[in-house]
Design a protein around this ligand. Structure first.
Ligand code: SAH
Ligand code: SF4
Ligand code: F3S
Length: 478
């Protein structure tokens, strides 16, 4: 295979060409629809779950836009509805089934020609596919996490036949670069640095639905970041389930710390964030790189999950409370202004009151600026699902509330420490409640509301912090 310049064409480039051809075919049909009906077909896109899914949906939306659909926020006027699903906890799945019930009615009564597509993590589970085949036959297109780039082909196939199109792969075959994309924010963007996860934490479904860990090459990542910078993007979020193992399996191995230093050199990028960082292999080299790179934000999301060594062992996390606290100490020593955040699971099988108290100790000692807190959710197929001593619901919800009683005052205090300071806030959007207020984030990831006008969006604004609302700050321009 050769392209015009005579250099070899990679298979993924061929695949991109194929999909662009499907996009062109669908666009012709959609343009004809617009000529006949005086309006474009509309799509409604919903991303559930984590930032990976949000970023994948940006690509889905980019492809749909190229196909000649226009985006709508009003689901009940859409001709094409796509949910990018999550299955990390049971309630994420229940939400999808609830919405599918509504969509059945929508299709029967309002818009029989509407196309309903489901994709993402939930679709990688055989039990879900069986349920869809039996109970939700009004779904038109189903695909998973490994073949997102095939959306144009699947839409074209569905337009040609009236049968549901299923296309689920069990593993990753190739990364297709340079898909069309609609970024949700003009000035900040996410960049995948790796896909999948090899850690198999015993409660977690992600490795089963996202496959084995694969890193993109630094060249591809840097090319994307440079392109984003040229487009006016000032903040990038580097995404991976465990960024600390980035690059280890590349033909030319490289560490995440080295990658950070390279991204730090890209002209025009003023802020670099990353997630998620697994405590088991967070290196001194990374702390040093964070401290030395002027554009890397002084903020670290470091999921602890539990403070009990016994629970951590059974979670298969490969660190102890002590080694976790050691990272916290080192990070604070290298970057005194750093803010930490975390993920915590309450009610893992076998968790005793004593184990739970150790989680509260970690919260007190780590002094998080924010935390994502979850009630343990049993995921069929994971080792934890068959562990004995599942904790009763009432005990878990009591612990969960007591955890918030410890956590929230700390979050409040950490925010209170900012009052009186002048901080640089990256103005991100106009507040939904009040059009004279802008919202943005500080380097250390605190949310700030301050008076401003739309033209300031995308700028770094010096703001004096004057009040603390626990989960966000109020500022005034100076
Ligand atoms: N790769 C990231 C986390 C991805 S999932 C990491 O390892 O840090 C995001 C969070 O969801 C996890 O950190 C965990 O706190 C939570 N989570 C995952 N599986 C869960 C389950 N079965 N029940 C409750 N919370 C879960
Ligand atoms: Fe899940 Fe653990 Fe992988 Fe995070 S590191 S995605 S919690 S298995
Ligand atoms: Fe993310 Fe949910 Fe999948 S957390 S990786 S969208 S299971």
């Amino acid at each position: 295979m050769e392209n015009k310049a005579g250099s070899a064409v990679k298979p993924s480039e061929m695949e991109l060409v194929r999909q662009l051809e499907y996009i062109r075919m669908i666009r012709e049909k959609n343009d004809a629809f617009e000529m006949a009906n005086g309006r474009k077909k509309k799509f409604y896109s919903l991303a559930m779950g984590c930032q990976m899914n949000a970023h994948d949906s940006e690509k889905l939306e980019g492809m749909l836009t190229e196909m000649g659909f226009e985006s709508t926020d009003v689901e009940k006027e859409a001709d094409f509805i796509i949910y990018n699903t999550c299955c990390v906890r049971e309630n994420a799945e229940l939400k999808v089934y609830g919405k599918l019930g509504w969509l059945k009615h929508y299709k029967e009564v309002k818009n029989p020609d509407a196309i309903i597509a489901l994709c993402g993590c939930m679709m990688q589970q055989e039990t879900v596919l069986q349920t869809l085949r039996q109970k939700y036959r009004h779904v038109d297109i189903v695909f998973g996490t490994f073949n997102l780039y095939k959306l144009p082909e699947l839409v074209a196939t569905r337009m040609e036949s009236d049968r549901t199109v299923y296309d689920i792969w069990q593993e990753h075959k190739e990364v297709v670069e340079d898909l069309p994309i609609i970024r949700h924010f003009p000035y900040k963007a996410s960049v995948n640095i790796m896909f999948g996860c090899n850690n198999f934490c015993s409660y977690c479904i992600v490795p089963y639905v996202r496959g084995r860990e694969r890193s993109r090459t630094p060249e591809d990542i840097l090319a994307e970041v440079r392109k984003l910078a040229a487009d006016g993007v000032k903040e990038v979020m580097l995404l991976g389930q465990n960024v600390n193992s980035y690059g280890k399996n590349l033909d030319n191995p490289i560490s995440f710390a080295e990658l950070l230093r390279m991204v730090n050199e890209v002209e025009g990028i003023e802020r670099i964030r990353f997630m998620t960082s697994h405590p088991k292999d967070l290196s001194d080299e990374l702390i040093k790189a964070m401290a030395e790179c002027e554009h890397v934000c002084k903020y670290l999301h470091l999921p602890v999950q539990s403070g009990s060594d016994e629970i951590l062992r059974r979670m298969n996390r490969h660190y102890t409370k002590e080694s976790y606290m050691e990272i916290v100490r080192k990070a604070r020593e290298a970057m005194p202004d750093i803010t930490l955040s975390t993920d915590i699971i309450v009610g893992f099988p076998g968790e005793t009151e004593e184990d739970f108290q150790k989680t509260l100790d970690v919260i007190r000692e780590s002094r998080y600026g924010s935390a994502f807190t979850f009630i343990y959710s049993k995921r069929t197929g994971t080792p934890a699902a068959v562990m004995e001593d599942q904790v009763p619901e009432d005990v878990v919800s009591d612990r969960f509330n007591r955890m918030l009683d410890v956590l929230n005052p700390i979050v409040h205090e950490v925010h209170e420490e900012q009052v009186g300071k002048v901080m640089t806030v990256f103005a991100e959007e106009v507040s939904k409640q009040n059009s004279s207020i802008l919202t943005g984030r500080t380097d250390n990831n605190m949310l700030v509301h301050f008076p401003g006008t739309e033209d300031m969006i995308g700028q770094m604004v010096p703001v004096k912090i004057i009040d603390n609302k626990t989960f966000y700050l109020i500022g005034e321009r100076i």
